[in-house]
Design a protein around this ligand. Sequence first.
Ligand code: PKZ
Length: 219
Amino acid sequence: MSGYIQEDIAPEELAQRSELASSIAGSVRELIEATVRTEVGASDIAEARRLIEAATEILRKDQLPGAYGIRFNSDGSKRSWGNAVLGRRNPIAPPVVLHHEPDHTWTEVELGPAYEGPAGLVHGGVLALILDQLLGSTAEFQGVPGMTGTLNVRYRRATPLGQIRGEARVDRVEGVKTFVRGTITSAGEVSAEAEGIFILPKWARGEVSDVLRKSVGEG
Ligand SMILES: CCCCCCCCCCCCCCCC(=O)SCCNC(=O)CCNC(=O)[C@H](O)C(C)(C)COP(=O)(O)OP(=O)(O)OC[C@H]1O[C@@H](n2cnc3c(N)ncnc32)[C@H](O)[C@@H]1OP(=O)(O)O
């Protein structure tokens, strides 16, 4: 399957690249928030655009040919740095950091003004995005990975912008299908709940290496 790339990087070098990725993405994330909230006038906007375009040009000096993909070290550690939810290189990602416990996976993340839907509230699609990844990664960590076949989300109450907590656990496994349930909690109350069916695709049945199947890594 293309996009899955074996790329061994020594731990020290990896730590350095990881720090660089997080720092640039963090700066751009701040830029996104500042853009959403800015009230400055035309001349400040023009100056900001000039600087942003100059920064973009610097980054364009050396680019991957396409998306980041999913990269592995031969020890099985994995990097999904372009991932839209977890990706440490991706300023669109909140970013979500997942904590895997023996029987469940959780995350706590701050969703600011860039994730607004209804006034002052988190966009429902953003919650679905986070739930998709949280539930999918939970299945993966439990050794029963799959692509999202179905994701049902029930929005029980509005989720204000700010800190949310996500939690998920595998409910059951039926053949190639893993059923995972999860919740989003905000201010101590469940605001959304989801069930996902994650299906090991045909191309991954049988012939996929254990490294790929079992590796669980960071964004
Ligand atoms: C080792 C490598 C790991 C590979 C996996 C990596 C994933 C590791 C990522 C971790 C974190 C992910 C978090 C982000 C997750 C995304 O964002 S994934 C992206 C969004 N999803 C997609 O793009 C999926 C697109 N759809 C497909 O590729 C295929 O339709 C599917 C879902 C893989 C199923 O196709 P298939 O392999 O041909 O399945 P098929 O053999 O026809 O059916 C198998 C069973 O599933 C049922 N089924 C089929 N489709 C569906 C469906 N949509 N809903 C419910 N049931 C269904 C069938 O009825 C059948 O049931 P049984 O007869 O066994 O009871």
